[in-house]
Design a binder for this molecule. Structure first.
Ligand SMILES: [Zn+2]
Length: 618
């Protein structure tokens, strides 16, 4: 289960983490400098307004036991009210006095348990002398400013003994006054059990969190089984609770083990057991050129690895006020997860226009391309509205859906097909990533009609919508070839008919059949201009060959239709139309570049590489 896997996890720097249990890097405003004999040397203001990083103080790892409403001092560093007894206008003097007394008492406990620790000796000697410094006139301060104590210039939090006392203190507090003992649900051993989880996750790590997040919470009786208080219904020992939260914190803090996207309501964190790692999992969001190398290695037959015995784990989370929501939990052999990633690329890769090998795309690009395309004057003709912009019209939680499909081979919801088709029609823009998104959604659609959509033009595919799409692309290409790219009319066949043709190809095909003779006539007359220079003769031959090819290609496709073109009433068949259209274009552009029978490369539609490289993440 999730908690067991979290407890087993060891992050690369877990050594350091484990000796600094219940700590957090926080901004410390003041440093109380003591001499080794406990005399106060100086109170240093660590805030330096000239530097952004230290504007409010210095970032230092200090003891941190999580939120609490009662008086709960730390050791060596804490609020000014605890360390120095400073009471501002918002604080109650009684409470501050108690807090300061408790801090001093805990410092004495540190010395009692580690009488040889020089830092502890100096701190206790300082408090024995009484009289901590008051705020200086003119300084801006509050009771909640963090203060750290240093002895002889060294922060007392460098002392290992401080951390060992601190660990016991937090665990005593968290296991409650009664210190229940019992069988831990996670490790199965009989140990002291927690009343509450020992630390919280910072809200910055969890999307939609409004406060620090508790991994497990049962603050009210109404939340628990049998109306017991605290975590009695889910017994977790102190060690397991501490390790689970610390490890999840480490995993969520590491961008190599998380997939995070703007405006998505969840985050996915993953890890591999047994200290193993996986670059294959990371490929889901790698750069397109790395994905290309990977696809090539798959195609050329990569060596099968021996099962490692390691497991792949992933958890998809969000926050709800101060609670953690787990949307999905996956735990499977690593090899299976990596096979799923390979299947993900196999199912969505597609031959882009202007390239010679099918391409795969990172999740962020597939999410980006689901949003609105805005034409502009750049070389690639437009751009997608950035991920953070809510006007972009992207489906909610698309990154989550794609990641789940990539890692677990889940089907994608039918509304995704409808959405992408709608955007292609509205934007009059189709490229490799959009075609890839359609292909994988169609491939993984339960009860799909027709065979599996291919990565490249499929000559055997007889789905009528696919053939309509191919016919449309052929007509568009003929018009472009007949006029030449520069002399095309403002409203081309594509601009006039594409959007309508996706839902009802009849009008476009009938119009295309009526316009075809005029287009072919242009090619035929170009083919007759054989006089003059050798170059002209070559052009004429190319025009003649193109005319022959268009006639036969159109006839061949049209004859394969079993019935007159009919409306396409659902997103699935509309997707087949778009696939057929895109495949035909990619195929034609490749044929044009191979410069054999299609004549000039002007028939090749826009090159997709520019789109991919030009679309930067966020
Ligand atoms: Zn345990």
């Amino acid at each position: 289960m999730l908690l067991q896997r979290l407890v087993e996890y060891r992050s690369p720097d877990s050594e350091d983490e484990s000796s600094r249990s219940y700590s957090r890097t926080r901004t410390v405003r003041w440093q109380l400098d003591l001499s080794p004999d406990g005399k106060m040397a100086e109170l240093v203001d660590l805030a330096d307004p000239s530097e952004k990083a230290t504007k409010f103080g210095k970032a230092i790892r200090v003891p941190n036991g999580g939120r609490t409403s009662g008086i709960a001092p730390a050791i060596g560093a804490d609020d000014a009210q605890y360390v120095l007894g400073w009471c501002d206008a918002k604080s109650k003097p009684d409470r501050v006095a108690k807090a300061h007394k408790a801090f001093v008492e805990l410092s004495r406990r540190w010395l009692r348990e580690h009488p040889d620790d020089h830092a502890a000796q100096a701190v206790v000697a300082f408090y024995d002398q009484g009289d901590p410094p008051s705020p200086r006139d003119g300084d801006k301060w509050s009771s909640k400013d963090l203060v750290i104590i240093a002895v002889g210039g060294n922060e007392v939090t460098d002392s290992d003994s401080l951390w060992s006392v601190w660990k016991s203190v937090v665990e005593e507090r968290k296991s409650g006054s009664g210190a229940r003992s019992g069988f831990c649900l996670v490790c199965g051993k009989r140990k002291p059990l927690l009343d509450r989880m020992p630390q919280a996750l910072p809200k910055a790590l969890v999307p939609r969190a409004e406060q620090e997040i508790a991994l497990i919470s049962a603050n009210k009786r109404i939340h628990t089984y049998d109306h017991v208080e605290g975590l009695a219904g889910s017994p977790i020992c102190v060690d397991c609770g501490q390790a689970a939260v610390a490890n999840l914190h480490a995993i969520l803090s590491d961008e190599r083990s998380t997939f995070t996207y703007e405006r998505q309501r969840t985050r996915l964190a993953w890890w591999v057991t047994r200290d193993a790692d996986s670059d294959t999992i990371r490929l889901l969001d790698e750069r397109p050129d790395r994905i290309g190398e990977y696809l090539h290695s798959l195609a050329t037959g990569r060596q099968r690895r021996k099962p490692s015995g390691a497991n792949f784990c992933s958890v998809t989370i969000s926050g709800n006020v101060a609670r953690l929501m787990v949307h999905q939990w996956l735990d499977m052999p690593l090899e299976q997860a990596e096979d799923n990633v390979a299947a993900w690329f196999r199912d969505h890769k597609i031959m882009p226009r202007g390239q010679d090998r099918p391409a795969g795309y990172p999740i962020w690009l597939l999410v980006t391309c689901s949003g609105q395309w805005v034409p502009d004057n750049s070389p690639r003709g437009g751009r997608y509205i950035p991920m953070w912009d809510k006007a972009a019209d992207r489906p909610d939680d698309l990154a989550h859906l794609l990641l789940q499909s990539g890692l677990h081979r889940n089907a994608l919801p039918p509304h995704l097909l409808a959405h992408v088709v709608r955007r292609v029609r509205a934007d009059l823009h189709l490229d490799g990533p959009r075609a890839a998104l359609l292909r994988v959604a169609l491939t993984r659609m339960p009860g799909r009609s027709g065979g599996e959509p291919a990565a490249v033009l499929d000559e055997t595919q007889d789905h009528p919508a696919y053939l309509y799409g191919r016919i449309f692309a052929t007509l568009e290409s003929l018009q472009t070839r007949a006029y030449g790219q520069k002399n095309l009319p403002n409203a081309t066949f594509f601009h006039r008919y594409f959007s309508g043709a996706v839902a009802n190809p009849r009008v476009a095909i009938v119009q295309g059949i009526q316009l075809m003779p005029a287009w072919l006539k242009k090619l035929d007359s170009a083919a007759r201009e054989t006089g003059g220079s050798p170059e002209q003769r070559v052009l004429a031959e190319k025009a003649a060959r193109a005319a022959r090819r268009y006639r036969s290609a159109f006839k061949e496709l049209y004859d394969r239709l079993q019935a007159p073109p009919a409306p396409l009433n659902d997103a699935e068949s509309q997707s087949w139309f778009v696939m057929g259209y895109f495949h035909q274009q990619a195929h034609d552009s490749q044929a044009a570049r191979s410069a054999l029978s299609w004549g000039e490369p002007t028939t090749a539609p826009g090159n997709d590489t520019t789109t991919i490289e030009g679309t930067n993440q966020q």
